[in-house]
Design a protein around this ligand. Structure first.
Ligand code: PLP
Length: 219
């Protein structure tokens, strides 16, 4: 399926008008497909698998800002640590410590979002409200090589938009709560192709969009 550049341009101007960051999710997409959107001006791309990200990083222009948005295994952190722009899917304190450790070795301070479990599906990784508060209360002191920029969450995959909206509202509430602990938190990454409009209504300032611009994925 060809890249839908019209959909991309429309989305881009819609988001720019509202000052919302767009991360184009390029998982499973080919290098030429990504390059097409790069040539249209897109610089922020998101990937779910470390090895796939590394392969694409190596051949695509170096001014792309790569976001990691999938479940990240501890032993894969070192593959991406030297170049990743933002790890959006930090789903445990253990992973955050590993990122800190690897970032220290490469002399970087790596930007991270903490992924919050807001959907009902059991398979979704992430912090809940209580474990999130614990991180801010006593988990961060020694971690000098990570910078927490905000939160990320995924709503349930459902047609029940009321439910999706409630989940986004709960994430926004948590975001406000953690901002009282750390006022530097700025990024609230929520919303994908099917639900980004609702996410924006509920306070998102970063959306992660794949199929809307790239066409449906086969998997
Ligand atoms: C795949 C994915 C997206 C994009 O999904 P689309 O429905 O294709 O827009 C966004 N966020 C995460 C974490 C994803 O895994």
């Amino acid at each position: 399926m060809p890249v839908n550049k019209d959909a991309y341009q429309i989305l881009k101007s819609e988001l720019e008008a509202k000052n919302i960051s767009l991360v184009v999710v390029s998982k499973t997409k080919t290098v030429p497909e990504i390059k097409e959107l790069y040539d249209s001006g897109q610089r922020d791309f998101g990937e779910n698998y470390a090895q796939e990200l590394v392969k694409k990083y190596e051949v695509l222009p170096k001014d792309i800002r790569w976001h990691f948005i999938g479940h990240l295994q501890g032993n894969k952190v070192k593959l991406i640590i030297s170049f990743v722009q933002l790890i959006q899917s930090v789903d445990s304190l253990k992973l955050l410590r590993e990122i800190n450790k690897q970032a220290e070795k490469t002399n970087r301070v790596v930007n991270c979002l903490l992924q919050i479990h807001i959907a009902q599906e059991e398979t979704k990784f992430g912090f809940d409200g209580n474990s999130l508060m614990e991180v801010f209360e006593d988990g961060l002191q020694d971690l000098k090589h990570v910078r927490i920029n905000g939160l990320m969450g995924m709503a349930s995959l459902t047609d029940e938009m009321d439910k999706v909206r409630k989940e986004f509202q709960s994430l926004k509430e948590l975001f406000k709560r953690v901002q009282t602990k750390d006022c530097k938190l700025k990024t609230l990454s929520m919303g994908m192709s099917a639900d980004y409009k609702i996410a924006i209504e509920e306070g998102s300032n970063m959306v992660r969009i794949g199929s809307l611009v790239f066409g449906e994925r086969k998997n």
